[in-house]
Design a protein around this ligand. Structure first.
Ligand SMILES: Nc1nc2c(c(=O)[nH]1)N[C@H]1C(S)=C(S)[C@@H](COP(=O)(O)OP(=O)(O)OC[C@H]3O[C@@H](n4cnc5c(=O)[nH]c(N)nc54)[C@H](O)[C@@H]3O)O[C@H]1N2
Ligand SMILES: Nc1nc2c(c(=O)[nH]1)N[C@H]1C(S)=C(S)[C@@H](COP(=O)(O)OP(=O)(O)OC[C@H]3O[C@@H](n4cnc5c(=O)[nH]c(N)nc54)[C@H](O)[C@@H]3O)O[C@H]1N2
Ligand code: SF4
Ligand SMILES: [Mo]
Length: 869
């Protein structure tokens, strides 16, 4: 029997523990680790299906210089030489690293040390700039240190949980399940503040569909209400908090219930309900993520939330705290090593004392003395010719930065670009001069820190494929070749971990809460065996805040005017995530089961807005902003606020033509944090008429480029499904079909053409396009990819006795579709989620689809009610 290896999930900041049991060189059985404090054995749909993503499809297996394979020696020498030459000629600030919260702490530490201590520039920024930097800036302003003052255990102890700008049911599903368990066990109340009615709202007591960008007004209004009700906490404030001059006058002026309700466009009665609930509940947790951080007023929004908690004493006690929930698996570890351009190392900034201290510790020859360029400015500096060499690690900026069209220009024009990735062809790596194959999840070895400061090990359970190497190894090899052999002489991740731990403790007289002293002398075996542990404890600021006087700061925040709709851009574009995909889909995109939840990128729009523009549900539509345009499938949604549309961030040029969100957001950033305002870009939308539409199913995973207006790809069992639409002669798509026996059927009245390629009784590809007809169900055809003895009858597209259409997949674990759930509810009179679980199995494994099932139940009961009226 093979024993299981304990590791941590590859995806979100919940940081769930996993027990991985390898069953072959590249196959593994994934289970939740029951002993891990973050999840107690549970996993969401993405974690559950990690096993489907560990194959070698698309992997980068060798160092590449241009399109040619190179030895590690050659590739590393070239990187070191080009960085060295650029620095010698143009100075240290002419080079940069752009890294990621998906690096391990050890990788992050050496990259940061190399740039800030040895190259002598702080031009290392990370995708956490796009993600957490407003929370970092808010924490620093309020607490004097970037520390999340809460833990998951607080969710079990709270009586009220407020989710602001967080689609927790999709993005942090195991935290959401924990919240739902608390509701069931002890009646914890849940309030969701989000302009959209997301699935997170299904299990909530109250949803406030706030007008986007008005969270400061909302929180200031809440604080004004609390003060007027006498529940501000003067005793707590006198001991622990200072307020700037004029703070209370400001809160007391213009923040009454009516004004707040008008600013936030919320029914006054609903708003009052929330205020009363908050005021009556000392044990309250306010969790926030991208609806707050990704805003040009993100830092003020963070501080407006923290203000309410500090001023009402809802802080540092069980079940009472503001709680920034992090996105990436190691967003927090990156913050701990200081991997942002605006921080130095180990929670120290660029104050001269800190620069001197870190310089001594590293024995650094050329310390950076000031912050470096933040992500958006960094790419702008490339376009302006100021940055001449860039090394991108574990992130895909050509997709994920705002105004990604300009970012591509930067990647194309920079004299020297290095990309370390696990995947050979990403939208970013196609521009690289050198591509370096990195070790991926299941191969790499080190530590990550989750949202509640719990540090866990990621452990390898597979051999490194091809010539892939861990990121820390790659960085240290380049550092050694640049001449810093001794400072980067690590032989294993544990060596780096110990040094990082020592730096957190170095001359730390209590000024910084982050102190891993106990880890500084840990042996290699103890590092191997390290159990998850949380630094900072339950009340990290029990000994005082990390400010000179030990007190937290209230920050005066003002609601800025929200831009009125513009003539050419009457709508506001909001962007975000799908439940079963991760960012640019380089990994989740490999799992057929995960593709089923959303098979195309949708633009969600309120039916009223759509109808006014003559756009029907399921049409294609072009979303346009001042930065660019992309095409999406239209999905009517009553849960959208009129005036707002929503698109997903996941599709790239590798898996779509024209369906990319990244081109659209404007590159405006928060003045304190530099975080882009991804959630609100002025936009317009118009219907795209195409002469034909259809789909293509291909066996295998070879990448094909489809010559048509719109194409999107998802992985299905045994192959890939492309949705296509376009104008002119659809026959040009035939070029994408493989070789083999060809069968064809044409229905001239409907303009339908079906072409199948069969190789030795197996379906190799099928293309179905139509001008006016209906398209057959994809499910049965996808099933034919793994069937034997396939013949020309496949063109009929529905096998004898085949199942009725299951509808859109809701439960990916048991492959249960919408139509099946609706039928079961109607036929068996099912009234709740557990009953549906009993009848169909849906929702009984990972549980990620339970909010969706609750939503279906609600819609059916509303329809029944309407019918009865
Ligand atoms: N399935 C999945 N899970 C993920 C990820 C993924 O790619 N896929 N990525 C991970 C990462 S890195 C991150 S950062 C997290 C992000 O997790 P979340 O922050 O939960 O996700 P988002 O979908 O980006 O946005 C959250 C919500 O903010 C709302 N919002 C927009 N504008 C406003 C506003 O003005 N005010 C308020 N109150 N709300 C607003 C949006 O409507 C949206 O529902 O998810 C992590 N988990
Ligand atoms: N419009 C809009 N844009 C957004 C957001 C939004 O809400 N709206 N959200 C933003 C946020 S919060 C985030 S976090 C970013 C995420 O955006 P990105 O970081 O660009 O997205 P990923 O797809 O996670 O990119 C990770 C890359 O690293 C590779 N990789 C995986 N593991 C490893 C490894 O171990 N080593 C190396 N070297 N490479 C590896 C993957 O193959 C992939 O190419 O997107 C941001 N962009
Ligand atoms: S909630 Fe899901 S994606 Fe996030 S760490 Fe847990 S299993 Fe992984
Ligand atoms: Mo993120």
């Amino acid at each position: 029997m093979t024993s299981s290896i304990r590791t941590t999930c590859a995806y979100c900041g919940v940081g769930c523990g996993i027990a991985a049991t390898p069953t072959g060189p590249r196959s593994v059985v994934i289970k939740g680790d029951e002993a891990h404090p973050a999840n107690g054995g549970r996993l969401c749909s993405k974690g559950t299906h990690l096993g489907e993503t560990v194959g070698l499809t698309g992997r980068l297996l060798h160092p590449m210089i241009g399109s040619k394979r190179a030895s590690w020696d050659k590739a590393l020498d070239l990187v070191a030489r080009r960085f060295r030459e650029t620095i010698d000629r143009y100075g240290p600030d002419s080079v940069a690293f752009y890294v990621s919260g998906q690096l391990l702490t050890e990788d992050y530490y050496v990259a940061n040390k190399l740039m800030k201590g040895f190259i002598g520039s702080a031009n290392i920024d990370t995708n956490s700039r796009l993600c957490m930097s407003s929370a970092v800036a808010g924490h620093n302003r309020a607490f004097g240190e970037d520390v999340v003052p809460a833990s998951y255990g607080d969710l079990d102890r709270a009586d009220l949980i407020v989710l602001v700008g967080s689609n927790t049911a999709w993005c942090h599903p195991i935290v959401y399940q924990r919240i739902q368990a608390a509701r069931a066990a002890r009646g914890t109340k849940l309030v969701v503040i989000d302009p959209r009615r997301t699935e997170t709202c299904e299990g909530a007591d109250l949803h406030l569909a706030v007008k986007p960008g008005t969270d400061v007004a909302l929180m200031n209004g809440l604080l004004a209400w609390c003060e007027a009700q006498g529940i501000a906490d003067p005793a707590f404030m006198a001991d622990h908090v200072t307020a700037p001059e004029g703070f209370w006058e400001h809160i007391r002026t213009g923040h009454d219930l009516w004004t707040t309700a008008a600013t936030c466009d919320i029914e006054p009665a609903l708003l009052k309900q929330f205020f009363e609930l908050f005021a009556a509940t000392p044990r309250t947790i306010t969790m926030f993520s991208q609806g707050i951080n990704q805003s040009i007023r993100g830092t003020d929004q963070v501080n407006a939330i923290i203000n309410v908690h500090l001023a009402t004493g809802r802080f540092g006690k069980p079940g009472a705290a503001p709680f920034s929930i992090t996105g990436q698996p190691n967003a927090m570890g990156g913050r701990e090593v200081g991997g942002l351009a605006s921080t130095l190392a180990a929670h120290m900034d660029f104050a001269p004392d800190n620069v001197a201290r870190v310089g001594r510790f590293w024995a650094a020859p050329t310390m950076a003395t000031k912050p470096g360029l933040k992500a958006v400015d960094l790419f702008r500096a490339i376009n302006e010719g100021r940055i001449k060499a860039l090394w991108v690690m574990a992130t895909n900026p050509a997709v994920s930065l705002p105004d990604a069209g300009r970012v591509r220009e930067a990647l194309e024009s920079i004299p020297f670009l290095v990309v370390s990735d696990i995947i050979a062809d990403t939208d970013s790596s196609t521009h690289a001069h050198v591509r370096l194959p990195a070790a991926g999840w299941g191969e790499k070895d080190g530590t990550v820190t989750n949202s509640d400061r719990t540090i866990s090990r990621q452990r390898p359970f597979m051999a490194l494929p091809g010539e892939a190497k861990p990121d820390w190894w790659i960085v240290t090899q380049v550092a050694r070749r640049m001449g810093w052999r001794n400072a980067f002489a690590y032989e294993r991740p544990a060596d780096i971990w110990r040094e990082h731990a020592r730096l957190t403790a170095y001359q730390n007289d209590g000024a910084r809460v982050l102190n891993l002293r106990a880890q500084a002398a840990i042996g290699n075996e103890a590092y191997e065996a390290m159990a998850p542990f949380r630094w900072g404890g339950d009340a990290p600021f029990a000994g005082g805040f990390s400010t000179p006087d030990g007190k937290a700061r209230l920050v005066l925040t003002r609601q800025m005017d929200v831009q009125a709709p513009l003539k050419d851009w009457p709508l506001t574009l909001n962007t975000g995530r799908y439940r079963d995909q991760w960012h640019t889909m380089t990994r989740t995109g490999l799992a057929p089961k995960l593709a089923r939840h959303r098979e195309e990128p949708l633009v969600e729009i309120h039916p009223r807005d759509a109808q006014a523009l003559g756009i029907a549900d399921r049409d294609l539509a072009r979303v346009q902003t001042a930065q660019g345009h992309s095409i999406f499938r239209v999905a009517y949604s009553e849960g959208q606020r009129p005036g707002e549309i929503f698109t997903p961030i996941h599709w790239t040029d590798q898996i779509s033509s024209g369906g990319r969100t990244g081109l659209l957001p404007r590159p405006l950033v928060d003045p304190h944090s530099g975080q882009p305002g991804f959630k609100s870009t002025p936009a317009s939308i118009e219907r795209v008429a195409t002469e034909w539409k259809g789909f293509l199913i291909l066996r295998g995973q070879d990448a094909v480029r489809l010559p048509c207006l719109w194409a999107t790809k998802v992985t299905v069992p045994g192959g890939a499904l492309y949705e296509v639409a376009g104008n002119g002669d659809a026959a040009r798509l035939d070029a994408c079909l493989p070789k083999g026996d060809r069968v064809e059927a044409i229905d001239r009245t409907r303009g339908t053409r079906r072409v199948a390629i069969i190789q030795e009784g197996r379906l190799a590809g099928i293309l179905i396009v139509t001008r006016t007809g209906l398209l057959p169900s994809r499910d049965w055809l996808i099933g034919q990819l793994s069937a034997e003895g396939v013949g020309a009858t496949v063109l009929a597209a529905r096998g004898p006795g085949s199942q009725p259409d299951k509808g859109a997949t809701i439960c990916v674990c048991f492959d249960i579709g919408l139509n099946q759930i609706v039928a079961a509810i109607r036929d068996q009179q099912l009234v709740d989620v557990p009953a549906i679980g009993k009848a169909l199995g849906a929702g009984t494994n990972c549980g990620s689809c339970r909010p969706a099932i609750a939503n279906i139940l609600m819609q059916i009961s509303q329809e029944t009610l309407h019918a009865a009226e």
